[in-house]
Design a protein around this ligand. Structure first.
Ligand code: AMP
Ligand code: ZN
Length: 467
């Protein structure tokens, strides 16, 4: 099987050749644990889980090491623990546990290693020391800073030049920095903040910067140079650029990872997800409350909906997308829940995944396989193996997948109110609002039919609960 992956570093698709096929190594930046993970955070988790499965299929399950870290030291964590009046440990433990529960429901396999930043402080301090010894970092006013001008090709990953970045630097530059783009490897901790004895001859306690955490954990678990590094596109700069700078300069290598992969961003109903817009959805809300489209959604439905868009494209998260995913899975459950599991996934599906994870194409192939399995029961085993390979189906029954409506029996008065609001929106020509209400109803399992009253010419809407 030949695997092709798009590499952010070269800006093209490349044939993937592992450094050591006996141990293919991948690192993906994991969550900072201070709050529920949102549906955008679920995207890299699902995308790189698919890649993990493809690599295991190609090289053998025991020949892939997948590291996804947990960032449990960060200023956002300190602030949240202070707000809640709980200990940092309580907050990070509770949030990490919730994260594990949420993503397990999305059919995500555990990574091979899940290192925590606070278990790697010594490795981070050692990296600081090495970088200072090699002339790539300096200590100043309790901080250790990376000297960006000491690295000839800083900016290569995100395709930026240091001169342009310096010219565009708007943040007020701390007086102790040699250059405006120099970034923090270590910083001093005040009383009450988490802290460890500082490296590089600095007195007092301090704590690591965010970027050094990933360089230390990746280096420890995967070595100086490994195969694949992933994360969301927002991390390409500055986080990944700075990881590359630290790791390459400390280890004296020409690369940190051979292939850099970035997933596109997720937005909700056409808008950037944000707390202030009120369209911020956590994975927990999607799965466990009726917070999106008036319904709860099964984790497999969420996963299916996510894989309908290629990972490098932006994705628009809509109720409609979930409704369609749910109806495909209902059909699958009816077709397959008592079927045997075949030995191997469908080859066309494996080939599409091997082409830079073309998941939209796999879903069309799967729809074709569903058609033939309906006609020919012998085809069911291969379809089941294929869906299990992609993490899209366990052996759930329709009732198990139908969490939305078992949890919220349709409230007729609420439906009538929504229909009236939709008709009013249509009269005002507010089509976006009318569509949004239709989607909300569709999420509740309610399907609308519009017809013109032949006498008055007015639109009359009837509805039914449909699967
Ligand atoms: P964070 O906890 O913000 O560092 O994010 C964890 C992971 O989720 C990173 O890989 C981010 O790039 C990714 N991520 C955050 N927001 C989104 C979004 N709206 N769409 C896609 N990926 C995201
Ligand atoms: Zn990272």
């Amino acid at each position: 099987m030949s695997l092709t992956l798009y590499n952010t570093l070269s800006r093209k698709k490349e044939a993937f050749e592992p450094i050591d096929p006996e141990n293919v190594r991948m690192y993906v930046c994991g969550p900072t644990v201070y709050d529920y993970a949102h549906i955008g955070n679920a995207r890299p988790v699902i995308v790189f889980d698919v890649l993990f499965r493809v690599l295991r299929h190609a090289y053998g399950a025991d020949h892939v090491t997948y590291v996804r870290n947990i960032t449990d030291v960060d200023d956002k964590i300190n602030a949240r623990a202070a707000d809640e009046g709980c200990s940092i440990r309580d907050l990070t433990e509770r949030t990490a546990k919730q994260f594990h529960e949420d993503i397990a429901a999305l059919g995500v396999l555990p990574p091979t290693v899940e290192p925590r930043a606070t278990d790697h402080i010594e490795e981070m301090k050692a990296l600081c020391e090495t970088l200072v010894e090699k002339g790539h970092a300096y200590a100043a006013e309790g901080h250790v800073l990376f000297d960006v001008n000491s690295m000839a090709d800083y900016g290569r990953l995100s395709n930026r030049s240091v001169d342009e970045m310096e010219a565009g630097a708007r943040v007020e530059v701390a007086p102790y920095k040699k250059g405006p783009m120099d970034f923090v490897l270590w910083k001093p901790s005040k009383d009450g903040e988490p802290g460890w004895p500082s490296p590089c001859g600095i007195e007092g306690n301090g704590r690591p910067g965010w970027h050094i955490e990933c360089s230390a954990m990746a280096g420890k678990h995967l070595g100086d140079v490994f195969d694949i590094h992933g994360g969301g596109i927002d991390l390409a700069f500055p986080h990944h650029e700075n990881e590359v700078a630290q790791s390459r300069c400390a280890h004296g290598t020409d690369a940190m990872a051979r292939v850099w992969m970035h997933n596109g961003f997720l937005q909700v109903e056409g808008e950037k997800m944000s707390k202030s817009l009120g369209n911020f959805i956590t994975i927990h809300e999607l799965l466990d409350t009726q917070g999106f489209g008036g319904s709860r959604w099964h984790g497999r439905v969420v996963r299916w909906a996510m894989l309908g868009t290629h990972y490098r494209q932006p994705i628009d998260w809509t109720v409609d997308r979930l409704v369609q995913a749910r109806s495909s899975l209902f059909e699958i459950a009816e077709l397959l829940h008592d079927a045997d599991v075949g030995e191997a996934p469908n080859e066309e599906v494996v080939a599409a995944l091997s082409d830079d994870l073309n998941t939209p194409s796999t879903l069309s192939i799967i729809h074709g396989l569903m058609k033939s399995a309906r006609r020919n029961p012998d085809k069911r085993a291969e379809l089941k193996a294929t869906l299990q390979f992609m993490g899209l189906y366990g052996s759930e029954t329709v009732d198990e997948l139908d969490v939305g409506r078992t949890a919220c029996d349709v409230d007729e008065a609420a439906v009538e109110d929504l229909i009236a609001a939709r008709l009013a929106a249509r009269r005002d020509k507010n089509w976006a609002e009318a569509d949004r209400i239709r989607d909300e109803l569709s999420g509740m399992g309610v399907q609308l039919k519009d017809a013109k009253d032949p006498e008055t010419g007015e639109v009359v809407t009837t509805w039914e609960v449909a699967r």
